[in-house]
Design a protein around this ligand. Structure first.
Ligand code: FHN
Length: 592
């Protein structure tokens, strides 16, 4: 195994570097037959469950905030002490059928469970290591076998998470392993444990939908290929995610909790936590609401991806009650609106100010995040004939008319009582994809960094944690090269109107008090940058990412005098603002 030059830095920081997390893209994609079910399925259940679930984020009376499955590293628990917790791991509340029922109620189409996480503990029967749930715990059952049966009965696919590089139980797996010896032999670990266990997973449980690798870190291409070869040999239909490392795999797993701001090509997924941890943590009750889950699912699907939402059952095998309740609530929405999600393709329309769009055949599904107060939902730029439009769940057809700006759907004044209203619009022909951008006066319009045209500046991404492992992501425009640089957004205004302008940015101290200009047509707003301070982070993360935080400031009012095309341009007026990071510019329509 190659030693990375930053390995020591990573170890100092709990092993967390972007490379370690392994969110690079992939060079290859699943052939269409192998990936077809995945492309259609859209929504999945991720399950993190292991010895750490019984600790629940607590060790020796102290609570560790952040991702619970890292407690062995976070609390500095020696491998032998951690291993001893297996003697009391007895998840008598585990009921495979109940988990599968939850996934079905939630509208999820496949399940991926941690077969072995970084702690090295196998949650299945294995002859390759005694450190497993059947041999080392009083439970003695193989939950993966029970889950495989329950999934088969219910017609759900099942995949297995396997931590191939990190194994904190094995002296031969050195990454992040304070117990590993200096003469650690990764080859011995890979061939003595990882590969044999992958073989067991592929031969003991029937068809395996996918193997979900993680944190490839310094694994070599040959090592990744050895894993891939074993899988292809035993189950050619089994998918492999990109975290196998080295740019291989069938589909791309984006960064944890990363939701792209625009279309993303190829086969891919976003994995997400329901609260701020994957493995169960007593202290974490920060559940995303059902509406939030649905919004995240819809955004991912409309950009072409799958959304895999995690549950973290506790040490007894019970899914936290609030998590299950909320996921079921989102599932009721899916039961009524599933046709707008499953087996759809991404939106052919450019960024829609009021929401998102998915498509199947000639039907567009409009997911209305902002219900228009004036009852007019605009599909700007769409000139196709409409064969019919209905609110999903209601039988009444909606009236549609077209004008110079595109289609206008007439909605009831009061939105239906559903988590997220969806309108199905059948158009007479399929629409060519467009990247056009529109600003509408009956909703809030957000211009994102990723949509800017940059001159003398560049687009980049930023990821950070607030507790530990709870990743947040942002795209920004930065590296401004002085007064000649600019970021610009061109859009069509469908009607005249006035808008308040909010600018969301991070301003490190170096850029404090630099001055900026925002022009729109003939109007110019100038403003000074205000230092935004730093992201709140726990002390242990700070030295790695002392990041300036984002804040939103209102900078003025614009009048858009007439319908037409406009360009909004942001540029520095002096050379001091180079470090500014622009995230969004929002146009809020005024009431008048
Ligand atoms: O380190 C792991 C983490 O514990 C969790 O399993 C997530 C899920 O995507 N993957 C790694 C970090 O990306």
């Amino acid at each position: 195994m190659q030693q990375k030059s930053d390995e020591q830095a990573a170890a100092d920081n709990g092993g967390i570097t972007p490379e370690m997390w392994g969110t690079d893209g992939i060079a290859e994609q699943a052939d269409s037959a192998r990936g077809d079910w995945f492309r259609k399925a859209k929504y999945a259940m991720f399950i993190h469950w292991g010895l750490y679930s019984a600790l629940g984020g607590r060790w020796n009376g102290r609570t560790y905030y952040g991702i619970g499955e890292w407690i062995q590293r976070r609390a500095g628990i020696p491998a032998a002490d951690y291993a001893r917790t297996a003697a009391t791991f007895n998840p008598t509340g585990f009921d495979a059928r109940a988990w599968v029922k939850l996934a079905q109620d939630a509208g999820m189409r496949y399940i991926v469970i941690t077969a072995k996480h970084h702690d090295g503990f196998a949650m299945f029967r294995t002859a390759s290591s005694p450190f497993n749930i059947v041999d080392a715990t009083p439970f003695r059952r193989d939950p993966l076998a029970e889950l495989a049966i329950a999934c088969r009965e219910a017609g759900l696919r099942l995949g297995f998470y396997y931590s191939q590089t990190q194994d904190w139980h094995e002296l031969d797996a050195p990454v992040n392993n304070s117990d590993a010896t200096p003469d650690a032999d990764f080859h011995r670990y890979l061939h003595g444990k990882a590969l044999p266990q992958i073989e067991e997973l592929l031969t003991q449980y029937g068809d395996v939908a996918l193997i979900w690798f993680d944190t490839p870190g310094p694994i070599t291409r040959e090592e990744s290929l050895a894993l891939m070869k074993t899988i292809r040999h035993l189950q050619p239909g089994c998918l492999i995610n990109s975290r196998i490392g080295n740019g291989i795999g069938d589909y791309e797993s984006l960064g944890d909790q990363e939701i792209p701001s625009r279309m993303h090509d190829g086969l891919w997924e976003t994995v997400d936590t329901h609260n701020d941890t994957w493995g169960f943590v007593h202290a974490d009750q920060n559940w995303k609401s059902a509406r939030e889950l649905i919004e995240r699912l819809v955004v991912v699907v409309s950009r072409g991806g799958n959304y895999m939402l995690n549950i973290g059952p506790d040490g007894l095998g019970r899914v936290p009650a609030l998590s299950a309740r909320i996921i079921r609530e989102a599932g009721r929405w899916l039961a009524a609106h599933g046709e707008a999600i499953y087996d759809t393709i991404p939106s052919p329309l450019g960024a829609l100010p009021w929401g998102e769009c998915t498509q199947r055949g000639n039907t567009l599904y409009l997911h209305v995040f902002q219900w228009p107060a004036d009852g007019q939902l605009r599909l700007p730029g769409v000139q196709a004939g409409v064969l019919g439009a209905t609110l999903l769940g209601a039988n009444e057809p909606l009236t549609v008319h077209s004008d110079a700006g595109g289609l206008v759907l007439h909605l009831p004044a009061v939105p239906p009582s559903t988590l997220l209203p969806v309108i199905a619009v059948e158009v007479e022909r399929s629409l060519p994809p467009t990247t056009e951008r529109y600003v509408l006066h009956n909703c809030v319009n957000v211009l994102t960094a990723s949509a800017a045209r940059c001159r003398g500046c560049s687009q980049d991404k930023l990821s950070w944690m607030e507790k530990f492992g709870d990743w947040k992501h942002a795209e920004y425009v930065g590296q401004w090269q002085g007064t000649g640089s600019s970021a610009a957004w061109t859009f069509s205004a469908v009607e005249p109107g006035m808008y308040y302008i909010d600018v969301e940015y991070a301003c490190p101290t170096a850029a404090d008090d630099s001055t900026w200009s925002l022009t729109l047509g003939d109007s110019e707003l100038t403003f000074p940058l205000l230092a935004t301070g730093h992201f709140p982070q726990r002390r242990e993360n700070q030295h790695a990412w002392p990041l300036a935080r984002f804040r939103t400031y209102r900078i003025g009012l614009y009048d858009i005098p007439a319908a037409g095309q406009y360009t909004l341009t942001l540029r520095p007026l002096d050379n001091d603002g180079g470090a500014m990071q622009l995230v969004t510019i929002t146009l809020y329509p005024t009431a008048g």
